[in-house]
Design a protein around this ligand. Structure first.
Ligand code: DC
Length: 245
């Protein structure tokens, strides 16, 4: 008899540890929904900057998070092209992110949002609002949900919990390459500094800090190719090793 396939899969880890690349590929392989929860915190941060809500005004940012409408839809920019390999062939997006109906898919990746998203995501009221939505998305199962606290807080009963890690230097190199590939100028040391600051805030905040869940399987991807990480995660999913708790 084949081992059962986990229906709810969580992938946590620090920025640029490979979570979204692996999450997307694994979800496509299993024909599951892929949901990257980081985009929600990014959308709130974008909206605060856009509407002029001061980032350090916790009550105002929380009220904004509670009322902001965030939608994550399949990758369809309105250009008449069908997605290829799940991505939009024109600008490579994995999905379209809408905040109050505005397409903010790329705006949520700017240095301004990168610089402010960690403090915004540390506010407990913001987290409460986002976690409630994330649990609704995952309720139907057949989902790969990616973030920082998915296995520890959002879905503590998930069937399979993965934690991807890599050295901060390697993660900064990956982020630096991504930004350059989008045609933007960037300096490696600046990316490394910003990555260290975000790691520090994400790991040391009081509410739902980045932690390895007790029952998570940890993969250090520092010296692994994407193909090798994907092969290992598929082996874990399909080999049934995840049931051996
Ligand atoms: O994964 P990312 O870089 O897009 O995440 C953006 C920020 O959101 C990051 O600083 C941590 C935060 N985040 C979080 O606190 N909880 C999550 N489940 C996902 C992201």
């Amino acid at each position: 008899m084949n081992p059962p396939t986990p229906s709810t899969i969580t992938i946590d880890g620090p920025a640029a540890s490979g979570k979204s690349t692996i999450g997307e590929l694994l979800a496509r392989h299993l024909d599951y929904l892929y949901f990257d929860t980081g985009v929600m915190y990014r959308a709130v941060t974008w909206a605060a900057l856009y509407y002029g809500v001061p980032i350090d005004d916790e009550a105002a940012v929380t009220a904004l998070a509670e009322r902001l409408r965030i939608d994550v839809a399949p990758p369809n920019v309105d250009d008449g092209c069908d997605p290829v390999d799940g991505r939009d062939p024109v600008d490579g997006r994995q999905y379209t992110v809408l905040a109050d109906g505005a397409d903010v898919t790329w705006e949520i990746r700017t240095p301004a949002v990168n610089a402010h998203v960690s403090p915004v995501s540390a506010y407990p009221g913001v987290r409460r609002a986002m976690v409630a939505q994330q649990r609704r998305v995952a309720a139907g199962g057949r989902v790969v949900m990616v973030g920082r606290d998915i296995g520890t807080v959002v879905l503590p009963d998930a069937d399979l919990k993965l934690y991807l890690d890599a050295s901060v230097e390697e993660r900064a190199r990956r982020r630096w390459r991504e930004v350059r590939a989008r045609g933007e100028e960037t300096d490696y040391d600046a990316v490394l500094g910003s990555m260290r600051r975000r790691d520090d805030i994400d790991s040391n905040r009081e509410d739902s800090p980045l932690r390895v869940a007790a029952d998570a399987i940890v993969l250090d991807t520092t010296d692994m190719s994407v193909e090798a990480v994907l092969a290992e995660t598929e082996r874990l999913v399909e080999g049934g090793g995840w049931t051996a708790e």
